[in-house]
Design a protein around this ligand. Structure first.
Ligand SMILES: [Zn+2]
Length: 110
């Protein structure tokens, strides 16, 4: 395969599977505010009850700028909202992106 000489956005739009558009990701602060009703704190890293284990006091730390999360009790962690949804709801990468509204559907080949 020859490397493409010029990057072409049109090429990506013709991908039949679609693609992720990170610009359409929701704000991590809003997302975690809705999904984790126990969200506490005011800084970049906030605390919440961990949905990955039977948490009794907030062990989950979430970054409201990047969406990264890490549980100090069970060790569950990831780098963004997509990783969080995939793990929590058992979704594929594409379905997690669709739920977040950041998946651009592809166009089937003719
Ligand atoms: Zn946990």
């Amino acid at each position: 395969m020859m490397p493409a000489r010029h990057y072409s956005p049109q090429r990506q739009q013709r991908n039949p599977l679609g693609h992720l558009d990170r610009a359409r990701l929701p704000s991590p602060a809003e997302f975690y505010g809705d999904e984790l009703d126990s969200l506490k704190g005011a800084g970049t890293w906030r605390d919440a009850l961990c949905p990955f284990h039977g948490d009794k006091r907030p062990s989950l730390r979430v970054n409201v700028h990047t969406g990264a999360y890490r549980c100090m009790a069970c060790g569950e962690g990831g780098s963004d909202l997509i990783a969080f949804l995939r793990r929590r709801d058992g979704l594929s990468f594409r379905d997690a992106c669709r739920r977040l509204g950041c998946w651009v559907e592809g166009v089937a080949w003719k």
